[in-house]
Design a protein around this ligand. Structure first.
Ligand SMILES: Nc1ncnc2c1ncn2[C@@H]1O[C@H](COP(=O)(O)OP(=O)(O)O)[C@@H](O)[C@H]1O
Ligand SMILES: [Mg+2]
Length: 225
């Protein structure tokens, strides 16, 4: 595939939440093999931007394109290329850590075996917790169950990760940084938010900086990117 080809494009995005205009006229595009860090202080709309990007929220204005097509039209053809791990983990309390992972992979039509699942859980520091009901795990551990899926998600070109490093210990942060770098090296696109500066060894990284919006009615023109 052409390295220069644009895969992900945000065109003229406007996002309003409550009585706050978070951003308008936001434009961004990137191609194969890019790490995109969405940065900015709390409340500037990082999570909102990721939710727009994966189609869970609609922008007030503008379009999100994947391979030059509107994600609203692509639907399943976009979702099959996508892994989104947000704050709400998408893990089921009544399943074990291992079962959650197996089920999630099954649903995305890339099933894995038990051995692979346990390897993935090990990478996020959940060795020994494979058969524990997820509902009895800590919030941080539940997030790790969700993140474990990335270790079996090479097939999905676009990874969108909201604060993926927050719940992880040092070793797991190191593992995930390497995994993200490898995915980018393989031509994937990873869009993530982080509070802390995590050194991810990739050449092609860009930062999309959000600067804080304005209350609706204010006149100041927003400038981004
Ligand atoms: N469900 C909601 N309804 C109304 N406003 C919201 C909602 N969720 C978030 N917001 C507001 O949108 C802004 C951006 O939130 P968010 O995208 O979570 O920012 P960040 O991830 O950068 O901390 C915040 O000011 C927040 O108060
Ligand atoms: Mg957030």
């Amino acid at each position: 595939m052409d390295q220069e080809e644009t895969f992900l494009e945000l065109k003229n995005i406007k996002c309003v939440r409550g009585d706050r205009l978070l951003y308008s006229k936001l434009n961004f595009s990137c191609g194969n093999g890019t790490l995109v860090r969405v940065a900015g202080p709390n409340g500037t709309g990082k999570t909102s931007l990721l939710r727009l990007l994966v189609g869970l929220m609609q922008p007030q204005d503008g379009q999100i394109l994947w391979c030059k097509k509107d994600i609203k039209k692509l639907k399943e053809d976009f979702w099959k290329d996508l892994i989104y791990i947000g704050h709400l983990n998408g893990v089921k309390d009544d399943l074990t850590a291992r079962e959650n992972l197996l089920v999630n992979c099954e649903i995305s039509e890339h099933p894995i075996d038990t051995e692979t699942a346990d390897e993935c859980l090990k990478m996020v520091g959940l060795e020994g917790f494979e058969e524990q009901r997820t509902g009895s795990l800590s919030q941080g551990q539940r997030r790790r169950v969700a993140l474990a899926r990335l270790y079996a998600s090479n097939h999905a070109k676009l990874w969108v990760l909201d604060e993926p490093f927050v719940a992880l210990d040092t070793k797991a942060v190191e593992n995930l940084s390497k995994l993200v770098a490898q995915h980018v090296k393989n031509g994937g696109i990873v869009v993530l938010t982080t509070h802390q500066e995590v050194p991810i060894p990739v050449e092609n990284k860009v930062t999309l900086e959000l600067r804080g919006g304005v209350w609706l009615g204010q006149e100041r023109r927003l400038k981004h990117v």
